[in-house]
Design a protein around this ligand. Structure first.
Ligand code: PBG
Length: 337
C-alpha cells in the first residue's frame, strides 16, 4: 500500500506541451532550419534549341535544351539555389561500347557547363561523372565479354570525363559510378592539370536502388540497360558498415564532400556518416522519391507542399548539408512565401 501513502500531484510536473503552445515558442526551440542554401537542383539536358520535353514518370520535370537551361538557371539563381547538377540525355547515335562521348570537349554536358558559367557565373555548376548515358548497354562503366563492369579500365575513362568537365568550367564534379579508386585518380588528374579548385562530391554510399527507375527513363538509359542491374558496383541496401568504409576511402582519396543516395530510406546512413566524419554530406532525394510524392499529391492524397517540406527538413535533421532534389525550385519558392 506504499503508493497510497506517498503524496503526489495528480498532474505532470513536466509539460512538454508548454513550449508547443504558441508559434513564438515553437519557432524559438526549432532545431533544424531549411533554406534555399541547402538545395542542389538536378536537371536533364537535351540537344537542340527551344526543346522542352516532359518526363512522363516525373510529372513537372522537363528535359531542357541548353538555351532553356540557361533561362532556368537564371531563375534558380534568383531563388537563391546555390548549385545546379547536370544530367545529359545522349542521343542514341552518340552512345558506344567505349563511351568516348563522355569526354568529348564539345559534348552536351561540356557545352551546357560553358553556357551556364558564361550566363550565370555565380551559380555553382556540378556534373555527373559516370558512363551510363554514353554506353550502349547502359552500365556506368566499360564491360568485358561476360558483361562484367571492368574497374580500372572504367576509371581511366572517368578521369578523362572529369577533366573535360573541369576544363569546361565545372565547379563540382560528382562521380556517381561507384568504381573503386576513382576519387584518388580523378583528384590526381585534376591537380596535375592545374584544376586545383575543382571540388569533388563523391557518391560514396550509392545503393543499388529500385528508386532510380524514373531517372533512367529521363536520361534514356532504361532501354539500354534492359533487364541488367548494377549489383556488382552499387551497394546492397542491406548494408550500413560498408557505407562508412566507402566514405573513409573517398575522403582519404581526396573527396571534398560525400553523398548518400537515395534519401529518405537511407537517413540512418546520413546520420552515421555525419556523426563519424563531420564532413560536408549531401543526400540525393532521387527520382523515385519525387515520383511517389508527386503521384500522391496529384491524386489529392497528400498535401504536396507540406510533405515535400517535411521530407526536406527530415533530411537536414538527419545531418545532410546539401539536398539534391527535383523539387528544388518549388521548395525555394515555398520558403520565400
Ligand atoms: C547514374 C545515375 C543514376 C542516378 C544518378 N546518376 C542512376 C543509376 O545509378 O542507375 C539516379 C538519380 C535519380 O534516381 O534521381 N550514374
Amino acid at each position: 500500500m506504499a503508493d497510497l501513502d506517498t503524496p503526489r500531484s495528480a498532474y505532470p510536473s513536466t509539460r512538454m506541451r508548454r513550449m508547443r503552445r504558441d508559434d513564438f515558442s515553437r519557432r524559438l526551440m526549432r532545431e533544424t532550419t531549411l533554406t534555399p542554401n541547402d538545395l542542389i537542383w538536378p536537371v536533364f539536358v537535351l540537344e537542340g534549341q527551344g526543346q522542352c520535353e516532359p518526363v512522363p514518370s516525373m510529372p513537372g520535370v522537363e528535359r531542357l535544351s541548353i538555351d532553356l537551361l540557361v533561362e532556368a538557371a537564371r531563375e534558380a539563381h534568383r531563388l537563391g539555389i546555390p548549385v545546379m547538377a547536370l544530367f545529359p540525355v545522349t542521343p542514341m547515335e552518340a552512345k558506344s561500347l567505349d563511351a568516348r562521348e563522355a569526354f568529348n570537349p564539345d559534348g552536351l554536358a561540356q557545352r551546357a557547363v560553358r553556357a551556364l558559367k558564361d550566363a550565370v557565373p555565380e551559380l555553382g555548376v556540378m556534373t555527373d561523372v559516370a558512363l551510363d548515358p554514353f554506353t550502349t548497354h547502359g552500365q556506368d562503366g566499360l564491360i568485358d565479354d561476360s558483361g562484367y563492369v571492368m574497374n580500372d579500365e572504367t576509371v581511366e575513362v572517368l578521369v578523362r570525363q572529369a577533366v573535360s568537365h573541369a576544363e569546361a568550367g565545372a565547379d563540382i564534379v560528382a562521380p556517381s559510378d561507384m568504381m573503386d579508386g576513382r576519387i584518388g585518380a580523378i583528384r590526381a588528374a585534376l591537380e596535375s592539370a592545374g584544376h586545383i579548385h575543382t571540388r569533388i562530391l563523391a557518391y560514396s554510399a550509392k545503393y543499388a536502388s529500385s528508386y532510380y527507375g524514373p531517372f533512367r527513363d529521363a536520361v534514356g538509359s532504361a532501354a539500354n540497360l534492359g533487364s541488367g542491374n548494377k549489383y556488382t558496383y552499387q551497394m546492397d541496401p542491406a548494408n550500413a558498415n560498408e557505407a562508412i568504409h566507402e566514405v573513409a576511402l573517398d575522403l582519404a582519396e581526396g573527396a571534398d564532400m560525400v553523398m548518400v543516395k537515395p534519401g529518405l530510406p537511407y537517413l540512418d546512413i546520413v546520420r552515421r556518416i555525419k556523426d563519424q566524419f563531420g564532413v560536408p554530406t549531401c543526400v540525393y532525394h532521387v527520382s523515385g522519391e519525387y515520383a511517389m510524392l508527386k503521384a500522391a499529391s496529384l491524386n489529392g492524397w497528400l498535401n504536396e507542399k507540406a510533405v515535400v517540406l517535411e521530407a526536406m527538413v527530415s533530411m537536414k535533421r538527419a545531418g545532410a548539408d546539401g539536398i539534391l532534389t527535383y523539387y528544388a525550385k518549388e521548395v525555394a519558392r515555398w520558403l520565400s512565401e
